[in-house]
Ligand binder design. Sequence first.
Ligand code: LMR
Length: 400
Amino acid sequence: MSLFYSVEMAPHDPILGLNETFNADQRPEKVNLGVGVYYDAAGKLPLLRAVQAAEEARVAEHAPRGYLPIDGLAPYDNAVQKLLFGQDSALLGSGRLITTQAIGGTGALKLGADFLYRLLDKRLVAISDPSWENHRSLFEAAGYEVVTYPYYDPETKGLNLAGMLQGLEALPEGSVVLLHACCHNPSGVDLEPRHWEAVASLAEKQGFLCFVDMAYQGFSADLDSDAFGPRLLARRLPEMILATSCSKNFGLYRERIGAVSLIGHSAEQTRATFSQLLSAIRNVYSMPPAHGAVLVREILEDAELRAQWLQELADMRGRINHYRSAMVQALREAGVQRDFGFIERQRGMFSFLGITPEQVERLKTEHAIYMVGSSRMNIAGLSEANLGHFVQSLKQVLQG
Ligand code: LMR
């Protein structure tokens, strides 16, 4: 008897599967607005100059390749803490904050999910409606019941604040609430400071644990403003957990470099809790690879490389924001009646176009323009070379 005999094909991943179809598409005019990767003005994924310099220095070192500790490279973990909470944060050195290197943002979420599973009585996680395509399945695969709280309002193309707060208020005590720190994926609609205050007050009152996913620090306004939410939660709440990623802001996608940070009531409790996280890591991959961590640490700690990186990050952010406006203007100039002005108000790589799945499919089959079925588009995929094609194609599809 063969165990694998009757196994059915797993469904294609809605984001990564789309990317495979895009790569196989032979049409020269094809445009990839699917997977969340930053493309430059030439439509290419850049290697940041700061990364290149750090990499050259690392290769020249010819360092031996022993195992890292379970929690990775300690100077990387410390540098990440400063990036997340600011150089002057009272949390640094308090013992209440501990960070471990993780394998990308997804790996960080998975570690957080696995480790919390061991501690929680009620394995219930609430994610925003909508949320990143992988959030639900990641937590379900880790054994959680996943529910949603209202978030995006398709009418206003903004936040459904009242719905969100009501949804959070209705959660049973001991739930986990997953929050996007900035550049909400997929809607581009973020919480404002007063909204974060309201979430913190509810967390205090209801006793839910905030689990913050921060994959785009620096892609909305700047490193500090983008971390406003987690910093506020960390000031007001006794405990929280963060999953972070350096894929986007360092352009280190394939190096899979991320982190999990824990904040606890006291140094002693945090150390004990962290030991459970280390044990969860040991059961999955023992210890992380070093390359991405070495590069990020070098860039963050070297004044010249850091300045260069900050400029490159600002350039990436600026190009995305430029295309948010350029796209809206080009659609108006092309005589498209529907108002897409909301795209300019949103931030980060993604926005929902708000078109139907059939229209998304037509963009793909008739015009070689790829975006996720929900009509999430990656604004960073637009460029001078493809904006005209995108606008004319969308216009045609909207005309029916
Ligand atoms: C995305 O949302 O497109 C990225 O975060 C890539 C991924 O893993 O889905």
